[in-house]
Design a protein around this ligand. Structure first.
Ligand SMILES: C[S@@+](CC[C@H](N)C(=O)[O-])C[C@H]1O[C@@H](n2cnc3c(N)ncnc32)[C@H](O)[C@@H]1O
Length: 338
């Protein structure tokens, strides 16, 4: 399967400039970015000024000040070096670039402080079945995210790599969810919810004549702060998901599936929801979660409407993964695990 998202950056036939924009938008450390030395000073400078520094979307949903500070320091160093080596006349760096850097310097926090939350913008290309008119056109997804692994005792305030993998799968196999109610377990800050909602909306736009009410997207998590962040991100005006009329946010704790009263509550939720596809990304990060998660999936699969469960996992511990795959594999053949 080709990856549409990798480390938060979308790769394709990018020239170096686009990769720079994508890296900046997804807060990739300058150390891991390539300065496009194959371009002329004027090309890079114009791009950085107009497509990055003065871009309207990035002005409204900017990377954190700390990240911008490191990015512009790096970019200015490269531009100055390029300028020195170039034969181009008028090769001066625009004062707006220096001004931004100086402004960021004055507000910079000590290196010991935890990194602040930041907007992150990811780029992706809809597959041809979703009606991508232009091979070079990109869609964006923007989220406010934590920049630490665990914040306020939860891992759900940032997007994890497994979400990029599962998103790539869903974009390529969009038919799976086009007219299905999708239930996400452990939805975190909303990345996959935005993808699912956008895919469904694009299908509807593409097939105007057969337009149907959009199926539901049910985003669930155990943590109230995570659900609240998820809702905020889904509803950001720049995300197409903000116009999806059928997205709900609910508390759903997998441990409920292990007790009788909890199981009944979950059954009531599922029987009302008429779920077609269940998804989950990076939901097996602790062995203690395997029995409750598998019990939850078993319950979901006991409903006739549930056609498929698709789970993407990061292997942090081989034994935990093996435990999950064995337990889950016993439940159904319609289980897809990465
Ligand atoms: C590693 S994060 C993954 C978040 C998101 N799916 C992603 O890939 O970015 C794990 C998520 O599972 C949720 N979670 C952990 N235990 C849970 C439980 N018992 N019931 C429901 N959700 C749970 C956390 O709150 C968190 O949002």
């Amino acid at each position: 399967m080709s990856m549409i998202f990798t480390n938060g950056v979308c790769y394709g036939n990018d020239n170096g400039l686009l990769a720079l924009l994508k890296g900046y938008s997804a807060l990739i450390p300058p150390l891991h970015l390539k300065f496009p030395v194959q371009c002329s000073f004027t090309e890079v400078h114009t791009f950085l000024l107009h497509q990055v520094l003065l871009d309207q979307h990035l002005e409204q949903y900017p990377p954190s000040g700390r990240y911008q500070h490191s990015f512009w320091k790096w970019a200015i160093e490269h531009l100055e070096r390029m300028d020195k080596d170039s034969d181009e006349e008028d090769g001066e760096i625009d004062t707006r670039i220096y001004d931004r850097y100086l402004f960021l310097m004055s507000g910079s926090i000590g290196p010991g402080a935890p990194p602040p939350d930041s907007y992150m913008t990811y780029y992706w290309k809809p597959s041809s079945s979703l009606g991508s008119a232009n091979r070079n056109s990109h869609e964006t997804i923007t989220l406010l995210e934590s920049r630490t692994t665990i914040e306020s005792g939860t891992t759900g305030l940032r997007t994890w790599y497994a979400s990029f993998v599962l998103a790539s799968y869903l974009i390529v196999n969009a038919d799976i969810i086009r007219d299905q109610t999708v239930l996400e377990l452990g939805c975190g800050s909303g990345f996959l919810g935005i993808i699912v909602a956008t895919i469904q909306q694009k299908f509807n736009e593409r097939h105007q004549s057969r337009r149907q009410p959009l199926p539901a997207v049910l985003l669930t998590d155990v943590n109230a702060a995570v659900l609240s962040r998820c809702r905020d991100n889904i509803q950001l005006r720049c995300n197409q998901s903000s116009n999806h009329p059928n997205i709900t946010f609910s508390t759903l704790d997998w441990f409920d599936a292990l007790s009788l009263p909890g199981e009944n509550v979950m059954k009531a939720f599922l029987s009302k929801a008429n779920v077609g596809v269940v998804i989950g990304a990076d939901v097996v990060f602790d062995p203690i979660l395997v029995p409750p998660l598998v019990a939850t999936l078993r319950l979901a699969l006991s409903f006739e409407s549930t056609r498929m469960v698709v789970v993407a996992l990061t292997v942090r511990n081989e034994q935990t993964l093996a435990h999950f795959v064995t337990e889950a594999g016993e439940q159904s053949s319609t289980f897809v695990v990465w």
